[in-house]
Ligand binder design. Structure first.
Ligand SMILES: C[S@@+](CC[C@H](N)C(=O)[O-])C[C@H]1O[C@@H](n2cnc3c(N)ncnc32)[C@H](O)[C@@H]1O
Length: 210
């Protein structure tokens, strides 16, 4: 007898939930990031990384492991995060959509960082179009922050939900990177509308001084 897709998805969820517990990760999402890093090597030892939408901290844990003792991770979220037992990380509590977000980050971040990741998503309402719209709004704020703080040649990974607003967002995204990849990691449910967009080689615009 063929198993239904919801049964398979529940098994997949349970599998990553158990694995996260066994390995001490704070979220199943940690495996999505691990898989993408393994495939694309876009975060390296000694990198300085900004992790947008970091709570409860699963991605931050993976990033700390990846950058090692000489790297650093700036974890940002609108809600507090239980401190991580590592000197390689700092937490910044911030609503990235607020008008003063960039100004605030200018005081907290280095001039430029090597990598920015964003797993930000709104509280899901269940109304697909509304969730997509709110998520794209957050994605646009993440892209704004990236344009300000990512070094030339740096990399940016962002979660997005599929929907009408996605293509225009990806078109805008592509203008800023030498290469763009659209990714569905194995640890993501097959029915999920969630995708990851990876920009490699940020093309920082030159500031012309008069
Ligand atoms: C899917 S969770 C991130 C999970 C995380 N990557 C992990 O592995 O533990 C999405 C996060 O986005 C955060 N978020 C939502 N809106 C935000 C905003 N406007 N500014 C900053 N963070 C926000 C939420 O608080 C939530 O913690």
């Amino acid at each position: 007898m063929r198993k239904s897709s919801s049964w398979i998805e529940q098994r997949r969820k349970d599998h990553y939930f158990k694995l996260a517990k066994e390995r001490g990760y704070r979220s199943r999402a940690a495996f999505k990031l691990s898989q993408i890093i393994k495939s694309y090597r876009f975060v390296r030892k000694r990198d300085q990384v900004v992790d947008l939408g970091a709570a409860p901290g699963g991605w931050t844990q993976v990033l700390i492991e990846t950058v090692g003792n000489e790297g650093y991770v700036f974890a940002v979220d609108i809600q507090p995060i239980e401190p991580l037992d590592s000197p390689q990380t700092d937490f910044i509590e911030l609503d990235i959509t607020s008008n003063s977000a960039i100004e605030y980050l200018l005081k907290k971040l280095p001039v430029y960082v090597d990598v920015i990741v964003s797993d930000i998503s709104p509280d899901v309402s269940g109304t697909w179009e509304l969730d997509h719209f709110r998520q794209i709004h957050l994605a646009k704020s993440s892209l704004q922050i990236t344009k300000k703080f990512l070094k030339s040649g740096g990399n940016f990974l962002i979660k997005v939900f599929q929907g009408n607003e996605l293509d225009p967002f990806i078109n805008e995204f592509k203008k800023n990177f030498r290469q763009t990849r659209i990714i569905k990691p194995k640890a993501t449910r097959t029915s999920s509308s969630e995708l990851y967009v990876l920009g490699l080689g940020f093309k920082r615009k030159k500031v012309v001084l008069n």
